[in-house]
Design a protein around this ligand. Structure first.
Ligand code: SAM
Ligand code: SF4
Length: 330
């Protein structure tokens, strides 16, 4: 019988999102503060520790791992880590979320290493707005990265766009058109109140319902029950069957009832819920028991029983979670 992990509410946990770095070459306005202090090296899990944890979680029943960050592609050794994790017996798929800046050179090695699907963030198709949102990103470099990813042999590519009023809401239709032309999927994400980014998020908050209504003014949408194993709800476009539109709505449509995942920060904190502070210090356990996985496994099973029922984001209110998305394995 294969292993299964369950939480205290009977939800089966088979999806792990691992942050491989808290660092990034961008400073997106919804994700980071302008001046960030990053973790000192000794607090960050080594590649060997990341590999050990991935192996241990697959042994416990995890079937899908997403590597994320920060920007995962600026972690030295990332391709080798992907190759080792993708080869774990029992893992169904290794996938990644990236800002696309390094994909021009890394898309093909990653696909060859066994990364099956790639999510790429793209919040604007206007170079100046793109730079304003990412604070220092280069749009052309990311578009080249998307093109390289399309030619690299991934099973699926999806764009991720965080929609903000006054910043990129007016670009939603253009981004949908771009996804149609590229024959790829696109998800629109509601901004989550993680970390103090130096402004009130309520001012720019845009609900998935508003984004959907805007897209429906141009395209006939067909509801879909498809599920990619994550929190997105999908629609299809009647006239463009290759492109699915996803909506990730942590504020307006709570998706906790079907939560199947846990996250790991690059410090080795196992976050039981993105919107709560409950966590288990795995780095301490790994370093205390370098040759014995059993105490780590026992602690994970025990911690899962305490996985919270749901998050309670309120984008209008005070910052509730002090950790930034880049620290959370977004
Ligand atoms: N650097 C990579 C990237 O940008 O795709 C991976 C890490 S990033 C933290 C993962 C995803 O989280 C991105 O799609 C990003 O747009 C999203 N994200 C970051 N901060 C967010 C926030 N406060 N609310 C909603 N989504 C956020
Ligand atoms: Fe970096 Fe991704 Fe956060 Fe943007 S969303 S600052 S690219 S980690």
């Amino acid at each position: 019988m294969s292993a299964v992990m369950q939480d205290g509410f009977g939800r089966q946990i088979d999806y792990l999102r691992m942050s491989v770095t808290d660092r990034c070459d961008f400073r997106c306005v919804y994700c980071m503060a302008e001046n960030m202090t990053f973790l000192p090296r000794q607090q960050v899990l080594t590649l060997e520790e990341l590999q050990r944890l991935a192996t241990l979680f697959v042994g416990l029943g995890v079937r899908k791992i997403r590597l994320t960050g920060g920007e995962p592609l600026i972690r030295p050794g990332i391709v080798g880590l992907c190759r080792n994790i993708a080869a774990l017996p029992g893992l169904r798929e290794l996938v990644m979320t990236s800002n696309g800046s390094q994909l021009g050179r890394l898309a093909r090695p990653l696909a060859e290493a066994g990364v099956k699907r790639m999510n790429i963030s793209l919040d604007s198709l206007d170079g100046e707005k793109f730079r304003a949102i990412t604070r220092n990103g280069d749009l052309d470099q990311v578009l080249n990265g998307i093109e390289a990813a399309r030619g690299a042999g991934f099973e699926r590519i999806k764009l991720n766009c965080v929609v903000m009023k006054g910043r990129n809401f007016d670009e939603v239709l253009g981004l949908v058109q771009y996804a149609i032309e590229q024959h790829i999927d696109i998800s629109f994400i509601e901004e989550m109140p993680l970390g103090d980014v130096g402004r009130s998020r309520g001012e720019t908050f845009c609900s998935s319902d508003e984004v959907r209504a805007l897209i429906a003014s141009r395209h006939r949408l067909l509801d879909s029950t498809e599920n990619s194993g994550g929190p997105a709800r999908y629609v299809r476009l009647e006239r463009h069957p290759d492109t699915r539109i996803g909506f990730i709505s942590p504020n307006s449509h709570n998706f906790c009832g079907s939560c199947n995942r846990v996250r790991m920060t690059v410090e080795g904190r196992l976050l039981l819920c993105l919107g709560q502070d409950d966590a288990l210090d795995l780095r301490g356990l790994l370093r205390r028991y370098p040759l014995d996985d059993q105490p780590v496994i026992n602690a994970v099973r025990q911690a899962l029983l305490g996985k919270p029922l749901r998050h309670d984001f309120n984008p209008e209110g005070e910052v509730q979670i002090l950790r930034f998305m880049s620290m959370s394995g977004g």
